[in-house]
Design a protein around this ligand. Structure first.
Ligand SMILES: Cc1ncc(COP(=O)(O)O)c(C=O)c1O
Length: 349
C-alpha cells in the first residue's frame, strides 16, 4: 500500500515567505508582519506566566482570551472560537466543511493556503479570477454554489478590499459557509462583522499576527453564530491554543489604544510608500492592508526582488501567473521604508 493518501502524494506544500535569522541586518518586508513590537501590556502578561500555568493543560477554548475578545468586540463569548493563528481556524473550516463532492470557492489570486487546505481534503476547487482591479466577483462566486466560500478582505496579495455591500450581497446569495478572512482588517476602512449577526452561515476570521504584532505567538479567532462554531470545535485539536498565547493575547486585544496608534502609523507609512512607488513609475493598487502590491513599469519584478535582496531588503515575489510582474511589499517602519526607497533609487536611477 502507498505510504500516503494520493491527495498528500500530489500535494504542493504551502511555502511561507523566507524567515532569515532574527539577528540578520535585513529589512524584512516579505511576510506582512507588524514592524512595531506588541503592546507593553502583552509583554507584561508574558512575564507574568508562571510555572503553575505551564504545568497545567490550558483551557480547551482559551477562555481568558475568548472573554477579552468578546468584551472588545461587544459579542457574547460563545460567538468566538480561538485558534493557533487564523490558519488553525482555516484548517478547522476545511476539515469540517469540505471534502470530495463538497467544493471550495474563492477569488484568485489570494492567500495560497486555501488551495493547499482544499487539496489536503481532496475537495474540488473553483478559483474565480479577479479582474485587473481586483473587484470581488460576487456573481461568479455565488454561482459556484460551494460548500465553503472564502474571501480574504482585504485580499492578499492585492491589498484591495471589497465593499460591505458586495460582501452583504455575497452573503445573501450563498448557502454554504462563507468565511470572510479579515487578517488585515485593522488597516482597512470597514469590517464584515455585522454580517455574522444576520447570517448563521457567515464566519469572520481575525488574527493578532498583523495588527497586534504577535505573529510569533500564533493566535487567531473566528466570530460566528455558536452553532457554526460548535461544528468547528468538534474537529479542532483539544488544546489548540496554549496557555501563554491565551494570556498574552487577552492582554494584547484589550490594549485597544496601543493597537490603534501603531495601526495609524502603518497607515501613514503606507500612504508615503504608495506615493513614492508611483513616483518611480510603479502601478500601485489601492491598499487597505499593511502591504502594497506594486508593478514596475517594465514588469521585471523578479529582477528588482533579487537586487533588493542583495542589498538586504526582502520583499515578496510570487512566480505565479498574474503575479510574476508584481511585488508585494510589507509596510515597515519609516526608517525601513526610507532604506527600501533609497535602494530602489539606486536600482532605478
Ligand atoms: C489572508 C490571510 N489569512 C490568514 C493568514 C494567517 O494568519 P495567522 O498568522 O493568524 O495564521 C494570513 C497570513 O499571512 C493571511 O495573509
Amino acid at each position: 500500500m502507498a505510504r500516503f493518501r494520493p491527495a498528500v502524494d500530489q500535494l504542493e506544500a504551502y511555502v511561507p515567505g523566507e524567515q532569515p535569522p532574527g539577528d540578520a541586518d535585513i529589512v524584512k518586508l516579505n511576510t506582512n508582519e507588524n514592524p512595531y513590537p506588541p503592546s507593553p501590556r502583552a509583554l507584561a502578561a508574558l512575564a507574568g506566566v508562571g510555572a503553575e500555568r505551564l504545568r497545567r493543560y490550558p483551557h480547551p477554548l482559551a477562555d481568558t482570551f475568548r472573554q477579552s475578545a468578546a468584551d472588545v468586540l461587544g459579542v457574547e463569548p460563545d460567538w468566538i472560537l480561538a485558534g493557533n493563528g487564523s490558519d488553525d481556524l482555516l484548517t478547522m473550516l476545511f476539515r469540517a466543511v469540505t471534502g470530495a463532492g463538497r467544493p471550495v470557492a474563492y477569488p484568485a489570486p489570494t492567500y495560497v493556503l486555501y488551495r493547499t487546505l482544499a487539496a489536503i481534503q481532496g475537495a474540488p476547487v473553483v478559483e474565480v479570477p479577479f479582474d485587473e482591479e481586483y473587484m470581488l466577483p460576487v456573481a461568479a462566486l455565488a454561482a459556484a454554489g460551494a460548500a465553503l466560500t472564502l474571501v480574504a478582505n482585504p485580499n492578499s496579495p492585492s491589498g484591495t478590499a471589497a465593499t460591505p455591500d458586495q460582501l452583504a450581497s455575497l452573503a445573501d446569495r450563498t448557502t454554504g459557509v462563507l468565511a470572510v478572512d479579515e487578517a488585515y482588517v485593522a488597516f482597512a476602512g470597514a469590517s464584515a462583522l455585522d454580517l455574522v449577526r444576520r447570517h448563521g452561515h457567515v464566519i469572520v476570521l481575525r488574527t493578532l499576527s498583523k495588527s497586534h504584532g504577535l505573529a510569533g505567538l500564533r493566535l487567531g479567532y473566528g466570530i460566528a453564530h455558536p452553532d457554526l462554531l460548535s461544528g468547528l470545535s468538534r474537529v479542532k485539536d483539544s488544546y489548540n491554543v496554549d496557555a501563554v498565547a491565551a494570556a498574552v493575547g487577552a492582554a494584547a486585544i484589550r490594549d485597544v489604544a496601543y493597537t490603534r496608534e501603531t495601526v495609524e502609523r502603518i497607515r501613514a507609512t503606507r500612504t508615503r510608500l504608495g506615493e513614492a512607488l508611483a513616483a518611480r513609475g510603479f502601478r500601485v493598487w489601492p491598499s487597505e492592508a499593511n502591504f502594497v502590491l506594486a508593478r514596475p513599469a517594465d514588469g521585471n519584478a523578479r529582477r528588482i526582488y533579487e537586487d533588493l535582496k542583495r542589498r538586504g531588503v526582502l520583499v515578496r515575489y510570487f512566480a505565479e501567473p498574474g503575479l510574476a510582474d508584481k511585488l508585494r511589499i510589507t509596510v515597515g517602519t519609516e526608517e525601513q521604508t526610507t532604506r527600501l526607497l533609497s535602494c530602489l533609487a539606486e536600482l532605478m536611477p
